[in-house]
Design a protein around this ligand. Structure first.
Ligand SMILES: Cc1cc2nc3c(=O)[nH]c(=O)nc-3n(C[C@H](O)[C@H](O)[C@H](O)COP(=O)(O)OP(=O)(O)OC[C@H]3O[C@@H](n4cnc5c(N)ncnc54)[C@H](O)[C@@H]3O)c2cc1C
Length: 457
């Protein structure tokens, strides 16, 4: 039995997850010490001393009820999220998305936590795993010293360190006189094919590989070097390549045909302009709903932006390509949660220890807020001696927690809210929008029933 005077919780990291977690626990009568290392120690991406700083985009994604991000927000609203409320109060016009004035948002969260009678904010770096009840929410840019402590706790093989994103091309700038729409073997939802394919002949393919292997790479920032760079390129914590995320230029260096047998393989594709299978194919996948942006599949890269522009414009059909975003590699510290966490976000090996945010393998601002909420709630319940909450798998938050704690090792990659992780509906609905609306409706009904049950029990 836990005694009143012992009901103190340490929260490590005052980002999105840690701020929400601290609030949730404090609201349930727990005394919280929230440790944030900024501004004394920086992450390299954050620029302010505020809690809950948004490091990049100011958009928290869709608010529409039949979108995964919209559903997650609806769940957070029902669960009483502080950060969602602060976001809604600092919203700027952005159509059906929730975009915020990032400064007002962070100031609101900081003020709410500073003024909470149960919360003390400590501006210090935590360098070891606390030996008291705690939530670790130190984010993708966890300080190196704490990362080392985590590796000691979990075993080096259970901690990953990086993430990779591919460039995005503006649809209008793709030459459709050269490219063609098709899915491999004609699979896909649109009749004309879900992918735009850029077909290489042999000569142009080898010229491209030659340019790619000699292009200049970005000098990694000091805080990224130890984890993103190795003699052969980028590797995961366990010292083996994470094949799905290798930078394209590293893969190209394995041999002239490595790409043609890898992400650029042409199997299942026939170029309607020639009637033949190309030598190699770059596939572009729709990146936004409007269909104005296309993601270069498998093209995560660490090349300099100017080099990406020069080399990727050698791809047939992309000679005039405009890049809405260049590829990047950045540090992303996350646990192999399937081996380490329960769906309650409790650490398997230590009952008073919880994890929240990006470090659990959940991706995206709202997902990180959501795991903070659950970890704060459960840490408070643990301290009060109550059974922990496992949310229904039909809810988006329940599904995210289930996914990160049950995925297989081979497939485990950071996951953001999406309908694909929810259990199937009892009967198949062909229309995508109607299907997503049904998923959302079911999720909210289950969540409401779950909350009602808890009130009456
Ligand atoms: C460069 C970058 C850009 C991103 N852009 C987006 C985007 O546009 N949209 C999106 O949805 N997601 C984005 N993400 C992913 C993710 O949603 C955000 O990183 C999000 O902020 C993660 O929330 P978090 O609470 O887990 O971590 P954070 O919000 O980063 O919070 C972690 C906090 O812990 C502190 N900390 C770290 N180590 C210690 C320590 N040892 N002691 C004390 N404090 C410590 C940090 O200073 C930080 O304040 C991005 C990630 C990165 C790295």
């Amino acid at each position: 039995m836990t005694h009143e005077h012992e009901k103190t919780l340490m929260v490590v990291g005052g980002g999105l997850a840690g701020s929400e977690a601290a609030w949730q626990a404090a609201q349930r009568g727990i005394r919280v010490r929230l440790y944030e290392m900024r501004p004394k120690v920086t992450t390299g991406a954050h620029v302010s001393p505020y809690l809950a700083e948004l490091v990049c985009s100011n958009s928290l994604g869709s608010t529409l009820p039949d979108r995964a991000a919209g559903l997650l927000k609806a769940e957070l609203r029902r669960l009483g999220s502080l950060l969602l409320q602060a976001a809604e109060e600092s919203a700027v016009p952005a159509g059906s998305a929730l975009a915020v004035d990032r400064e007002i948002f962070a100031q609101k969260v900081t003020a709410a936590l500073e003024n909470h009678p149960n919360i003390t904010i400590v501006r210090e770096e935590v360098t070891d795993i606390p030996d008291q009840p705690a939530i670790i929410a130190s984010g993708p840019l966890t300080s190196p010293r704490l990362s080392q402590a985590l590796a000691r706790l979990t075993g080096q093989e259970h901690l990953y360190f990086y993430d990779a994103i591919a460039p995005i091309v503006v649809a209008d700038s793709i030459d459709m006189g050269v490219c063609f729409r098709a899915s491999r073997y004609g699979r896909g939802e649109q009749t004309e094919g879900d992918y735009i394919n850029c077909p290489f002949d042999q000569a142009r393919y080898y010229a491209f590989v030659e340019a790619l292997t000699h292009a200049e790479r970005i000098e990694l920032r000091a805080f990224e070097r130890p984890v993103l760079e190795s003699s052969a390129g980028v590797r995961a914590g366990k010292g083996k390549f994470f094949e799905g995320c290798l930078p394209i230029e590293v893969l190209a260096r394995r041999g002239p045909d490595a790409l043609a047998f890898g992400p650029l393989r042409p199997v299942g594709l026939t170029d309607p302009h020639t009637g033949r299978r190309p030598y190699a194919v770059v596939q572009l996948r729709q990146d936004n709903l409007a269909g104005t942006l296309y993601n270069m599949v498998g093209f995560q890269t660490n090349l300099k932006f100017s080099e990406q522009r020069r080399v990727f414009r050698m791809i047939p059909g992309l000679e005039q390509a405009e890049f809405a975003r260049y590829g990047q590699m950045h540090r992303n510290t996350f646990l192999f949660s399937p081996a380490l966490l329960h769906p309650t976000l409790q650490y398997r090996g230590r009952p008073g220890l919880f994890f929240a945010g990006q470090i659990t393998g959940v991706e995206g601002y709202v997902g990180n807020i959501a795991t903070g909420l659950l970890a704060g709630w459960n840490a408070a319940r643990w301290l009060h001696g109550q059974p922990l909450i496992v949310l229904p798998r039909e809810t988006m938050l329940g599904a995210l927690c289930h996914y990160i704690t049950h995925a297989s090792e081979a497939d485990f990659q950071p996951m953001k809210a999406n309908y694909g992780i929810l259990p199937p509906l009892p009967r198949r609905i062909r229309n995508k929008r109607a299907r997503y609306a049904a998923y959302s409706q079911r999720a909210l009904e289950r969540l409401d029933a779950f909350l009602r049950e808890r009130e009456t029990s």
